[in-house]
Design a protein around this ligand. Structure first.
Ligand SMILES: O=C(O)CCC(=O)C(=O)O
Ligand SMILES: [Fe+2]
Length: 288
């Protein structure tokens, strides 16, 4: 990974492009050896997993879920420091902490038609005044217009909904190891694969910590599995309390489920400092 070479100017510039265009490409963000390792770990899963069923997920497409388990090396991409710094600006101001929305490897086989243009954040059916999610599509193969590179409609995240003109789409052409970052509000879709070889990407997506996620993290990575993950990954999966009081287990920080199966616990407050202070002054003022 070359994130350490990225300075603050790059962060400001990348954030600006992400917010303005709705997407940005970081070329060669991951090392060839890391991408090779992920590819190797996912190969048997791609071999074994049947093709998707449905017009949205694509009939000539293979998708692999629970990637952080099936490819432990992919956890390094999840924790890419530069990506996390971007999320600190785009998502962190609107939640206690942001979380993994999904991990999904996507292989578009030759003949896969163009996907329906959509906004991923339409999963959450409400009007939005800030971003709810950010996707990172890691290129595990080269992405070209011919093999189905993700199509994006720049600036459409700011516009009203209507099916956009395919002629206005940009194809996120990028070499293997690059990262396409796009907002949940960005109109996009998988391209048509007119090539003779597959296009493979790995989507790691992040969303506000208080949302219901696309992939159920606690079934994908139950305590017996999550226990062996680094804390930084477990935190991103939601093995922590989202203040105030969201996501607890037996009234406690859900992280205790990794070390204890006891079901006899006190329910404890998990409050942000300003709320805790509000409660304290309420009782002080009322003399109790
Ligand atoms: O495969 C791609 O390029 C994009 C897939 C996508 O947008 C989706 O499945 O939501
Ligand atoms: Fe999508």
């Amino acid at each position: 990974m070359n994130a350490s070479a990225i300075g603050n100017d790059d962060l400001v510039d990348t954030l600006h492009r992400l917010r303005t265009d709705g997407y940005v490409v970081l070329e060669h963000q991951a090392s060839e050896s890391l991408i090779g390792q992920i590819e190797e770990e996912l190969a048997p899963w791609f071999e074994a997993t049947p093709r998707c069923e449905g017009d949205f997920h694509g009939w000539q497409t293979t998708r692999i879920a629970s990637v952080l388990l099936k490819s432990p090396a992919a956890q390094q991409l999840l924790l890419d420091p530069f990506v996390l710094r971007l999320l600190d600006h785009v998502l962190a101001p609107y939640c206690d902490w942001y979380q993994v929305n999904l991990s999904q490897a996507i292989r578009l086989h030759p003949g896969q038609r163009q996907q329906f243009p959509h906004r991923d954040d339409d999963m959450w059916p409400c009007s939005k005044t800030n971003e709810y999610m950010v996707n990172v599509m890691w290129a595990l193969s080269d992405f070209t217009r011919k093999n189905g590179a993700t199509l994006l409609w720049p600036h459409r995240h700011l516009a009203s909904s209507s099916v956009p003109d395919p002629r206005e789409a940009i194809a996120a052409e990028m070499p293997r190891g690059s990262a396409l970052i796009y907002l949940g509000s960005t109109v996009h879709c998988g391209g048509e694969n007119q090539a003779t070889t597959a296009r493979t990407g790995l989507v790691l997506s992040y969303c506000l910590g208080w949302l219901k996620t696309y992939e159920n993290a606690f079934l994908a990575y139950p305590p017996a599995i999550a226990r062996s993950f680094p804390k930084s990954v477990r935190d991103l999966l939601g093995y922590r309390m989202h203040r105030p009081n969201l996501g607890n287990w037996e009234g406690q920080d859900p992280a205790i489920a990794l070390t204890s199966s006891s079901r006899v616990h006190p329910t404890v407050d998990a409050l942000p400092e300003d709320v805790a202070e509000q409660l304290r002054s309420y009782y002080e003022m009322n003399g109790r």
